[in-house]
Design a protein around this ligand. Structure first.
Ligand SMILES: C[S@@+](CC[C@H](N)C(=O)[O-])C[C@H]1O[C@@H](n2cnc3c(N)ncnc32)[C@H](O)[C@@H]1O
Length: 312
């Protein structure tokens, strides 16, 4: 079922505006997903250009590649984390003129009960973006101490009831493993107790997000990507990014956006990049109406300085 599900790309017009892909260019889509952004980029770079797509999810990557090729574009897929982006590019002798990272998960992943990302439908508690390796959320829940669980839910989910939830989960798992999304959602709701009614979000929202971030080591991957960008910007030699490459990043929660914002500000202060957006670009009311996922999206963009000494 999941292979027919699409994904509405967020901030598509704004992404094209700031990435500004030109005919013949090579652009990296670090999170190819269902190919929404990739197809639009491929149309801009044309048949002489190339989209290099990365994704941890082999199904998504294949789907994105097929869509780009169907639209007449050229696509090279790399089934790897964007944490390995620079080494993968260098190993293949590739250089890009732009980079997009649209962080998080796609609707196809969220809506497929078998992937275990959603508390809206029951399924195995998996949550791995790359289903070929790594620990599932159920395995993680089984091995972390109560303290570690509480810290994880507090830090990554920013849930004020993290300690209560962790206590509930550790008591419950002593009786039977927490192996399904429905059971986890119910346990978190129970931990909230009467406060669940007052909560605007489903009480399990933050716990699910925290587990997903932990299972996929999402913040470490983002830090690795930002570090590669930092090193490339600091170098006077063109490496995997061409000298005036543009970089667009879209994040969906404050833990991600803070990292992107700080890195871009630091590079701007060091006069290594030109900041294209000083404030984050957000979705219009009409986009949010059509695609509620766009509500929390924040886009930031920079351009590498061709000559690092250029005045702005
Ligand atoms: C929000 S979706 C991208 C949607 C895409 N822009 C589109 O329009 O269809 C994010 C994608 O990034 C992938 N992803 C998340 N973390 C990743 C990582 N560290 N490395 C590579 N891909 C990752 C997910 O598997 C998912 O397919």
């Amino acid at each position: 079922m999941a292979d027919t599900i699409g994904h509405t790309p967020v901030l598509l017009g704004e992404t094209l505006r700031w990435l500004d892909p030109q005919p013949g260019q090579t652009i990296i889509d670090a999170t190819a997903g269902r190919g929404g952004h990739s197809v639009a980029i491929a149309e801009r770079v044309g048949p002489a250009g190339l989209v290099i797509g990365f994704d941890l999810d082999a199904g998504n990557l294949e789907y994105a590649g097929a869509r780009v090729r169907e639209a007449g574009g050229r696509f090279e897929g790399v089934h790897a984390s964007f944490a390995q982006l620079a080494s993968s590019m260098v190993a293949r002798g590739w250089r890009a003129d732009g980079l997009l990272a649209d962080l998080g998960i796609s609707s196809s992943q969220l809506d497929d009960p078998a992937r275990g990302f959603s508390f809206m439908s029951d399924g195995p508690l998996d949550m791995r973006l790359d289903t070929s390796k790594g620990r599932t959320a159920a395995e993680l829940l089984a091995v972390l101490s109560e303290r570690e669980l509480a810290d994880l839910i507090f830090e990554y989910g920013e849930d004020p009831f993290a300690r209560k939830i962790a206590r509930k989960l550790t008591h419950a798992r002593a009786v039977r493993p927490i192996g399904t999304t429905a059971l986890l959602a119910q346990l978190v709701k129970d931990a909230y107790g009467s406060r669940a009614r007052a909560s605007r979000l489903h009480p399990a929202t933050r716990t699910f997000m925290a587990l997903r971030i932990a299972v996929n080591d999402e913040l470490a991957a983002l830090d690795a990507l930002l570090d590669m960008i930092r090193r490339q910007a600091a170098s006077d030699e063109a490496g995997w990014l061409s000298p005036s490459a543009r970089i667009v990043m879209i994040s969906f929660h404050s833990l991600e956006d803070r990292r992107v914002k700080q890195t871009f500000a630091e590079l701007h202060r060091a006069e290594r990049v030109r900041r294209l957006t000083t404030k984050p670009v957000t979705a219009s009311e009409s986009e949010v109406r059509h695609n509620p996922r766009a509500r929390s999206a924040k886009l930031r963009a920079i351009e590498m300085r061709a000559s690092r000494m250029d005045p702005e």
